[in-house]
Design a protein around this ligand. Structure first.
Ligand code: SR1
Ligand code: MG
Length: 401
């Protein structure tokens, strides 16, 4: 019945599971609920109400869920499955377990993380997670360094790179992150009324900024450094008190490490801006501490992972090369963080941390984010430590914007 591709729905999913995963649908009362809230795919929770056991089934359509305007290869589900499997071989505790993949139906079944919460929502509620920095820096150091030429035999890395060529999802980022926030060339941007002049001056007419953005875009296009997650925002992270799981690597491809790290930095800063304008001092303090830890712990773990696994002779023997390489990664990180920050303010894919705010609070949060973003983009080599980010946050918080 499911030998050719069709988009599933709540009615047909049960028949699909009975055919493909009969061991999961033996009970007399199996429920199906579509629970996806992302921009691209359909996500079903299939639960045996008798035993309480459940799985998640994720299917890719040939357009984006949020808009038919985005025509996308459903092959992204294979990329997601293979990326999660590979990441799971490095950090099994930090990703969901994959149970099954169907290349015809472009869907995969995975562990249900029902007792976790999407991190963005948790941050909007000003919840804090003391172990987050430790978990996410382990994820990034392990997955980024171990898929790079530092650790992989170069021919093996080239073979792996071929499996993760992801042109359509990359194009979404090339347009939404690297181009439209500065040119509005598809007229898809949505600028909050009240911030039009600020956006025109700081983003649309800022030719000095455009030069730096163009360089970062070409870094994204050409720097096939590591298998990156490609969309590592707080909506791609499931979290609870003492556990973190990174999900949704459908944008994965061989790109610059700094894109992933920059996304984590940027998304912490959205939560920070929310905390600042809502005047929640203890939440802001926690975000600032976490941001510092993310940068500094990443640096430590990057060096440790490099030392433990390097096979490239220069990486083993020349310590100055390790230092120079890490400096470049951190420079990319700051620039990419700035790009993610600007695009989530003016582009079509916004973030709840900001959209949930009203009136003057939202305008100010947006200006805080864009001001910091431009500093990171224009002066990216200055952000080599957690403290350098903290200093920028403290300075910008005091500005009359
Ligand atoms: C059309 S997709 C819009 C955004 O959602 C994804 O999560 C990516 O961040 C993408 O840019
Ligand atoms: Mg996603």
């Amino acid at each position: 019945m499911f030998s050719t591709y069709q988009l599933l729905n709540e009615e047909t999913v049960l028949a699909y599971v009975k055919e493909k995963l009969p061991e999961l649908a033996t009970g007399s009362h199996v429920s199906v609920k579509e629970i996806g809230d992302g921009n691209l795919n359909y996500v079903y929770r299939i639960k045996d109400e008798g035993t309480g056991q459940s799985i998640i089934l994720k299917q890719a359509g040939d357009t984006a869920r949020i808009s038919d305007e985005f025509k996308l290869s459903p092959d992204r589900n294979r990329i997601e499955t293979e990326a999660l499997t590979l990441q799971g071989s490095f950090v099994p505790d930090l990703v969901p377990t994959i149970y099954f993949f169907d290349e015809v139906m472009n869907c995969c079944a995975m562990e249900d993380l029902g007792d976790f919460q999407i991190m963005r929502q948790a941050l909007v509620e000003h919840r804090t997670f003391p172990q987050f920095a430790d978990h996410i820096t382990t994820f990034m150091a392990e997955t980024l360094v171990r898929t790079s030429d530092v650790v992989m035999p170069h021919k093996d890395k080239k073979e792996q790179l071929k499996r993760f060529v992801n042109p359509e999802l990359c194009e979404i980022s090339e347009d939404l992150v690297f181009t439209e926030p500065y040119y509005n060339n598809f007229t898809r941007n949505e600028v909050t009324p009240g911030n039009e002049a600020f956006v025109a001056e700081h983003l649309y007419q800022n030719t000095e900024l455009h030069t730096h953005v163009a360089k970062l875009k070409y870094t994204f296009l050409t720097k096939s450094e590591s298998l990156i997650h490609g969309d590592l925002h707080t909506g791609s992270i499931f979290i609870k008190e003492d556990e973190t799981k990174v999900i949704d690597p459908e944008f994965a491809f061989y790109g610059p490490m700094g894109y992933d790290i920059g996304n984590v930095v940027a998304n912490l800063i959205f939560a920070w801006a929310n905390g600042v304008v809502r005047k929640d001092r203890s939440f802001v303090d926690w975000i600032e501490k976490t941001l510092v830890e993310v940068v500094d712990q990443f640096k430590e773990k990057f060096v440790a992972t490099w030392k433990n696994h390097a096979v490239e002779p220069f990486a083993i023997q020349n310590e100055a090369f390790t230092t120079a390489y890490l400096e470049d990664v951190l420079k990319d990180t700051a620039g990419m963080a700035g790009l993610e920050m600007n695009r989530r303010i003016v582009g079509l894919a916004k973030v709840k941390d900001i959209t949930i705010l009203d009136g003057e609070a939202r305008l100010r949060a947006e200006r805080l984010v864009m001001t910091l973003a431009n500093r990171f983009i224009l002066n990216s080599s200055a952000y080599q430590t957690g403290d350098s980010y903290l200093k920028a946050l403290h300075e910008v918080k005091e500005l009359q914007l």
